[in-house]
Structure formats: C-alpha cells, structure tokens
Design a protein around this ligand. Structure first.
Ligand SMILES: Cc1ncc(COP(=O)(O)O)c(C=O)c1O
Length: 361
C-alpha cells in the first residue's frame, strides 16, 4: 500500500481503502487541539485584512519580543519560522554535509531535512520493550561522533517524554564534542506543568536548540507559526540562512494574542487531563496496550492480537475512524496505530468502535 507520509489526509486514505468520498469519518490521525482555534481568532484575522497589502517586518521584532518574554530568554535568541517545519530545516542546515543522529521512531521531517542538506544520518532507537526509553549508553557514544542529535520531546508518535536527566547528560557530552542537541518541542504546550520545557537550560548549554510550534495547541496548521530558541550566535546565524519574509504578516500579527490567551491554554489542559485518563483507562480495560503518553496522542495495539494492527486499522477506518498508520516510522513499521485524543463525543465513538472490534474477537 502507498501509505501517505503524514496524518490528516482523510480523502487520500478513502481512495486507498476504496471508501466513497462522501463517507463521514472522524479524524484521529492528526494531533491538533479539538478545542481550537481560539474563538476570537476568526474575527481578529478578518479585521487584519489590510495587513496583506504590506510586507511584514523582516525581523518580526514585535513577535520575537513577545516570544522572548514568554520563554524567559533574550529576543536575539528567538527566530520566528514558517511553522515548526521550517525550524527543523534550519537546524539541519547547521550541520550541512555533516552527520546527525536521529532518535527514532520520530517525526519524519528530521530525516528529510537532513537529506536536503546532505547530512548523513544514523538512527538510535527508543527501547520499545522498556516503554520507549532512551538507550543512553549507545546514544552518548554515537552523539560524540556527530554534529547534531535530533530528538522529539514529547515524542511524536509515542507521546512519551525523555527524562530531563538524560537530556542533560547528552548536552554535557555535546559540549565536549561540539555536538548540537536539537529538541523538537512542537507538542510541549500540552504537557502538564510538572514537565517543563528545556528552554531554561539554554543559559548553561549553548549547544541546545529548542524548536517550537504554535500549530498544534491553537489548531492553526494553515497559518504556519513556529520558532526556534538557541544561543544568540546560533539564532543570528540561522536568520542569515532564512528566506526573506518567511512568515506571513497575518501570522506575525497574531502571535502576541495567542501567547496571551492563558484561558484557552488552561481549558485545553483540563480537557486533555480528563479525556486522556478516560480514553487510556477504557483502552487498557479492553485489552489494548497503550504508550505512557503525556500529551494529546499515543500509540496503541491490540495486546491480545499484536499482529492484527493492519486489520484493526482498516476496521476502524471502515467504521468511520481514521487513525494514523505507523508504516513510515522507523522502529515501528506499522506494528502500532497512533491516535489523537479528541472531543468527548468523538472519543466515545472511537471507544464504541473498538468495543465492537473486541466483541468480534
Ligand atoms: C513533532 C513535530 N514537529 C514539528 C511539526 C511541524 O509542525 P508545523 O505545522 O508547525 O510546521 C510536526 C507536525 O506534525 C510534528 O509532529
């Protein structure tokens, strides 16, 4: 099967599965916040129409200042990007024609960005048997011979969070070997307060680069807002490499308001806490194994029939639930399904279909 490389493509998937175009499906394959975008955003964008007749500030100084305050760093350490995706490509540019380690299974764009800049890649695999823990010894050894390590925290697709202590060990090692540690925190806004961002470690580790995205929390994949945070030197160097006016004027204009909406953030975290607990408990009760996810998506498989994942994926889809296949995640090769936590009503429907699956087995 010619599996699409990303989630959120219901029409492509319908063609692959010979389902009629009009068939209604609930999309659990993309990891966007079902409560978003914030209600005020539509009106705000509408009233900003005039902005499209001007070039945006090429340095995005206002947004950078707000982001710097939000993150507790200097504005010169922030580089606004066209979504988290551009931040990934800029980070790969830093090790052009060099070598990078990618901690897998992870988001596929690290590999693609490295290929784009002729960076040789080597994989280190999270240990599936140990709840997708980092193989520290192996990673430290390999990191020493690389220009950069790419890892995702919280990790897409597992939803698990690599221990902070392990990252510190890696950063220490990187300081002595000249290795950049690139941490993609695209989903960090969904983490509970007791799991803070790594940004505060930038003060001690100039070899740390943190990549962020506003896409997931605010459900704005079409607006394209991301940023990277690094040392002033790294951020300055990457700004030189960035295409001019990479971020559009509307995206630039809404950054301060998005950051200020703490009510939306609080509501989202409350929803996630309630819904994820309900979904995980029900899945486990039905005999599915679930990763120890701390965010709005997770991996699962039928613990009573681990080899039935492909069949289960098809069963869900034919019953109106689109999940994310894992065929293009090295280290998973389709053995799991990734699903998002959605609204209460959608999650109930998802669990109902899974109950039907269980009854048939
Ligand atoms: C881990 C991770 N990082 C970055 C991105 C890219 O996000 P954006 O839409 O902000 O470019 C994604 C999108 O799926 C992702 O899953």
């Amino acid at each position: 099967m010619n599996w699409p490389s990303h989630g959120g493509q219901p029409q492509t998937m319908k063609k692959l599965f010979n389902l009629e175009e009009e068939k209604e499906v609930l999309d659990f394959s993309a990891n966007l916040n079902p409560l978003g975008p914030p209600g005020w955003l539509k009106n705000k964008l509408h009233h900003m129409y005039e902005k499209i007749t001007y070039y945006p500030d090429p340095f995005y100084s206002r947004s950078a200042r707000y982001l710097a305050d939000y993150e507790g760093v200097a504005a010169e350490q922030i580089l606004l990007t066209n979504g988290g995706a551009e931040a990934i490509f800029l980070a790969a540019k830093l090790c052009e024609k060099g070598k990078a380690i990618i901690v897998q299974p992870a988001f596929s764009e690290y590999e693609r960005a490295c290929r784009h800049y002729h960076v040789k890649t080597e994989y280190v695999f999270l240990k599936e048997q140990n709840g997708f823990q980092l193989p520290m010894e192996e990673l430290l050894k390999k990191a020493g011979q690389a220009n950069a390590v790419f890892l995702c925290r919280p990790n897409n697709p597992t939803g698990t969070v690599i221990q902070e202590e392990s990252i510190i060990n890696l950063l220490e090692k990187g300081l002595s070997t000249g290795t950049m540690i690139v941490v993609d925190e695209a989903f960090a806004d969904f983490l509970p307060a007791e799991v803070p961002s790594l940004v505060r470690h930038l003060a001690h580790y100039p070899n740390l680069i943190v990549l962020r995205s506003l896409t997931k929390m605010y459900t704005i994949p079409g607006l394209r807002i991301g940023y990277m945070i690094g040392s002033k030197e790294v951020a300055g160097k990457l700004q030189e490499e960035q295409m001019p006016w990479s971020i559009n004027a509307l995206a630039d204009a809404v950054v301060p308001d998005l950051l200020a909406d703490t009510v939306f953030l609080g509501k989202t975290r409350k929803w996630l806490e309630q819904e994820s607990e309900k979904v995980f408990t029900s899945l486990k009760e039905m005999g599915f194994s679930v990763t120890d996810s701390k965010v709005n998506f997770y991996l699962f498989q039928d613990a009573k029939a681990p080899d039935s994942t492909e069949e289960l994926f098809g069963f869900l889809f034919k019953n109106g639930i689109l999940t994310r296949h894992t065929h293009n995640f090295p280290g998973l090769e389709g053995r799991y399904i990734r699903a998002a936590i959605r609204s209460e009503q959608e999650n109930n429907e998802f669990l109902k279909v899974l109950r039907n699956w269980r009854e048939k087995r």
